[in-house]
Write a protein that binds this ligand. Structure first.
Ligand SMILES: CC(C)(COP(=O)(O)OP(=O)(O)OC[C@H]1O[C@@H](n2cnc3c(N)ncnc32)[C@H](O)[C@@H]1OP(=O)(O)O)[C@@H](O)C(=O)NCCC(=O)NCCS
Length: 277
């Protein structure tokens, strides 16, 4: 039996990959191994077991100036015993000196509010198949082979975060990725990974955010996609919805204490994923 006592939190290794996907499934989330491999590579995964079985977990991606929390999951039969509160409290303690950021579900909001998180933005989840006539790139912008080294450099310059491990891990899963050049200068990148039914687009980073919709379309191709776009990129959201995507959710982006997050820069056109910011 799991009581109201302080739970034993453990750091989970890659051998728990499948257990995490199964836990997500038990919570109604259709996660794939390809969602979790980058988390084990670029984030700390912590969890609580009951009789050897994983009943709760949480991820924390330390990205330098920002720590992104995600995948807070508690099995339905283990809820309201303080497991989520204990996991988030531990993750906050481990993030001293960094802005603690996350994208919240409605179910998670009461806990985050009680721990001192406040909204700093809104993330729009878009889903669907894009029309073939995507927004054209400006004539002075060309797409080329994805260049991880230059993507990491540009990402660091534009977000002030260290997302090297995260980008390496997402790129390893990517089925499509592009670099964008303007007059020979590296000005952005986009990538997408594959799910059974759709591509998951992100991250998309662009020095000029007006390139965002064209970059999303370039990695989407003819496939059904899901992408998470900060709502202040309303022109990108509009460009994507007029070409066939539907808004399926609007979620609050929160930080501890409501402090501004350097990751929430206009250059971030699409999140890496909800769990990775
Ligand atoms: C959200 C979730 C992680 C909470 O897990 P939990 O272990 O039950 O949460 P805790 O027991 O630590 O509760 C912490 C606080 O959250 C709030 N809370 C949790 N569940 C709640 C509910 N169903 N209704 C209202 N408040 C709730 C309460 O304030 C609670 O404190 P209290 O029990 O002292 O009143 C769990 O419901 C879950 O896995 N949901 C599905 C996945 C999800 O949405 N995760 C959040 C991602 S952002």
């Amino acid at each position: 039996m799991l009581g109201k006592m302080t739970p034993t939190i453990e750091r989970l290794g890659r051998e728990s990959l499948l257990a995490c996907v199964e836990l997500a499934d038990a919570c109604g989330w259709s996660d794939e191994l390809s969602d979790w491999r980058p988390l084990f590579a670029a984030a700390e995964v912590t969890g609580v077991r009951r009789d050897g079985a994983l009943v709760a977990c949480c991820t924390r991606a330390p990205l330098g100036a920002v720590a992104v929390l995600g995948k807070l999951l508690v099995r339905p039969d283990a809820r309201r015993r303080g497991l989520a509160r204990a996991l988030v409290t531990r993750a906050i303690e481990a993030s001293q000196g960094a802005v603690v950021s996350l994208v919240a579900t409605d179910e998670g909001r009461p806990l985050y509010d009680s721990l001192g998180f406040s909204p700093v933005g809104e993330i729009v989840a878009l889903d669907g198949r894009l029309a073939a006539d995507g927004p054209p790139l400006p004539p002075d912008v060309t797409l080329g082979a994805f260049d991880l080294t230059r993507a990491v450099e540009l990402d660091r310059a534009l977000t002030s975060c260290d997302r090297g491990e995260l980008l390496r891990a997402r790129a390893a899963e990517a089925v499509q990725a592009w670099s964008a050049f303007r007059g020979g200068e590296f000005v952005g990148y986009a990538m997408a990974t594959s799910h059974p039914e759709r591509r998951l687009v992100g991250p998309v980073i662009a020095r000029d955010p007006s390139l965002g919709a064209a970059l999303v379309c370039a990695v989407a191709g003819i496939h059904r996609v899901r992408v998470h776009v900060p709502s202040f990129h309303w022109a990108t959201v509009e460009a994507l919805t007029t070409r066939g995507l539907e808004v399926t959710a609007r979620r609050a982006e929160l930080t501890l204490g409501g402090v501004a997050s350097p990751l929430a820069t206009p250059a971030r056109v699409a999140l890496a994923s909800q769990a990775l910011g």
